[in-house]
Ligand binder design. Structure first.
Ligand SMILES: *Cc1c(COP(=O)(O)O)cnc(C)c1O
Length: 395
C-alpha cells in the first residue's frame, strides 16, 4: 500500500481535467490569435474556460488573467501594486512572515528597490490579527498581501476583514489563494480583494497553469512582454490544454466543494486525533480554523527529513512542510514564524489529504507514523538526553 498524502505540494490530475485537455492537444490545437477557423475554435475554448473560472470565483471574465501558476500570479500582483504605489509616492508594503516564497522573495526584491516591508506576526495559532494590521497600516502603504490558506499548516486567514480594512484606507489588497481555491469557498466579491492568485495543480489540474484575478479598474502591469494575449498583460501563446483542464478541474471542485470538504475534514480529524496521541507531539496552527486537508505536526526529538524518508519507505508520501529545496537544513520559516524553537521546528511533518484519500489511507498513516517516530526516537541521542532529563522537554 502506498498513500499519497502530499496534496498541498501537488495533486493528481483528475479525469475531468484530462478529458477537457485531450481535445485541445490533438483536435483544437489552433493558436487562439489566428484568424482562421482552428484558431477561432481554440479562442472559443479559451474564453469558455475564462467564463468558467470567473463564474467559480464570482468574478467577471475580463478580470481573469491566465498565466503559468501561483508564483507568477503572486509576482505580478505584487509588482503591479508596487508600481501603482510608487507613482503615488507610496512605498510601504504589508505582508506576513509566513507567506509562500513567491511572495516573500518578491517582497525582498521590492525592498532592494527602496520599498519598506512590514512582516506581520502570525501568532502561535498561525493566524494574523487585524489589530496588528491596523497598527501597521500607514499613509504610504500601497499593498497588503496576506495568504488565504497557509500551505504548510493549513490555517485560514481573515482575508475578508483584511480587505475591508484595506478598502477603507485606500490600499490595494492581494491574497495568495493557491491553497484555498477548490478546497474552501473562494468568492472575490465576498472576500473584497483587488488581486487573487490561484494555481491549477493544487486542485487536480496540471502543473504550469494558473490565473490572477485582477479587479476591474486596477491597472495590471505585465511581467512578460510579447503579443497581445491576455489583453496585453501577459505575452505568450496561451496554454489552452492547461487552461481548459484547469477550468474543468475548478468546476468539478466547486460543484463538489461541500461534499469533499466534509469527507476530507473527517479524515483530517481522524489524523489529528490519532497523531495527537504520540507523546511530545504538537499540532501546528489553529485547531479548527484550517482548510479541510492539511495537518502539520511536530514531534520532539525527531529530524523531519529522516522521518520523511522512513515514511516513504513504509508507503507514505508526506512533506516536512519546509522549503528544504537546496538541501538546506533550515527549519521552515512558517514554523519559526509561529514561534516554535528551531529544534522543535526541525521535527515537522505535513500530511495533506484530498477527496481521493480513504479511511484505509488514514489507518495506514496512523499505524506507520507512531512506529517510525518511536523507532527514530530510540536511535536518537537527542531523545536519550530528553528522556534522561539532561534536557527539558519543550513539548
Ligand atoms: C504552490 C503554491 C504557490 C506556487 O504555485 P505554483 O503554481 O507552483 O507556482 C504559491 N503559493 C502557495 C500558497 C502555494 O501553495
Amino acid at each position: 500500500m502506498y498513500v499519497y498524502a502530499d496534496n498541498a505540494a501537488t495533486t493528481r490530475v483528475s479525469d475531468a481535467a484530462v478529458s477537457a485537455m485531450l481535445p485541445c492537444l490533438q483536435e483544437f490545437y489552433g493558436n487562439p490569435s489566428s484568424l482562421h477557423t482552428p484558431g477561432q475554435q481554440a479562442k472559443e475554448l479559451l474564453e469558455q474556460a475564462r467564463a468558467t473560472v470567473a463564474e467559480c470565483l464570482g468574478a467577471k471574465p475580463e478580470e481573469i488573467y491566465f498565466n503559468a501558476g501561483g508564483s507568477e500570479a503572486d509576482n505580478q500582483a505584487m509588482l503591479t501594486a508596487a508600481a501603482l504605489g510608487e507613482k503615488q509616492g507610496k512605498k510601504h508594503i504589508i505582508t506576513t512572515a509566513f507567506e509562500h516564497h513567491a511572495v516573500l522573495h518578491t517582497a525582498k526584491k521590492l525592498e532592494k528597490q527602496g520599498f519598506e516591508v512590514t512582516y506581520l506576526p502570525v501568532h502561535e495559532d498561525g493566524v494574523v490579527r487585524l489589530e496588528d494590521l491596523e497598527a501597521a497600516l500607514r499613509p504610504d502603504t500601497c499593498l497588503v498581501t496576506v495568504m488565504l490558506v497557509n500551505n504548510e499548516i493549513g490555517t485560514i486567514q481573515p482575508v475578508a476583514e483584511i480587505a475591508k480594512l484595506c478598502r477603507e484606507r485606500g490600499v490595494l489588497c492581494h491574497t495568495d489563494a493557491v491553497q484555498a481555491v477548490g478546497h474552501i469557498p473562494v468568492n472575490v466579491q465576498e472576500l473584497g480583494v483587488d488581486l487573487l492568485s490561484l494555481s491549477g495543480h493544487k486542485f487536480h489540474a496540471p502543473k504550469g497553469v494558473g490565473a490572477l484575478y485582477c479587479r476591474k479598474g486596477v491597472r495590471l502591469q505585465n511581467l512578460i512582454e510579447g503579443g497581445a494575449q491576455e489583453r496585453g498583460k501577459r505575452g505568450g501563446t496561451e496554454n489552452i490544454p492547461g487552461i481548459a483542464a484547469m477550468a474543468a478541474a475548478l468546476r468539478e471542485a466547486t460543484e463538489h466543494l461541500d461534499e469533499n470538504a466534509r469527507k476530507v475534514t473527517a479524515l483530517r480529524e481522524r489524523l489529528i486525533e490519532g497523531l495527537s496521541r504520540i507523546p511530545h507531539s504538537v499540532l501546528n496552527g489553529h485547531r479548527t480554523l484550517r482548510c479541510p486537508g492539511t495537518v502539520n505536526f511536530c514531534f520532539e526529538g525527531i529530524e523531519g527529513e529522516s522521518l520523511l524518508l522512513w515514511l516513504d519507505a513504509k508507503g507514505i508520501a508526506a512533506s516536512s512542510g519546509s522549503a528544504c529545496t537546496s538541501g538546506s537544513l533550515d527549519p521552515s520559516h512558517v514554523l519559526l514564524a509561529l514561534g516554535l524553537p528551531h529544534e522543535i521546528a526541525h521535527g515537522s511533518l505535513r500530511l495533506s489529504l484530498c477527496a481521493d484519500n480513504t479511511d484505509a489511507d488514514v489507518d495506514h498513516i496512523l499505524q506507520v507514523v507512531p512506529e517510525v517516530v518511536d523507532y527514530l526516537r530510540n536511535i536518537s541521542p537527542v531523545w536519550e538526553a530528553l528522556e534522561k532529563g539532561e534536557q527539558p522537554h519543550r513539548i
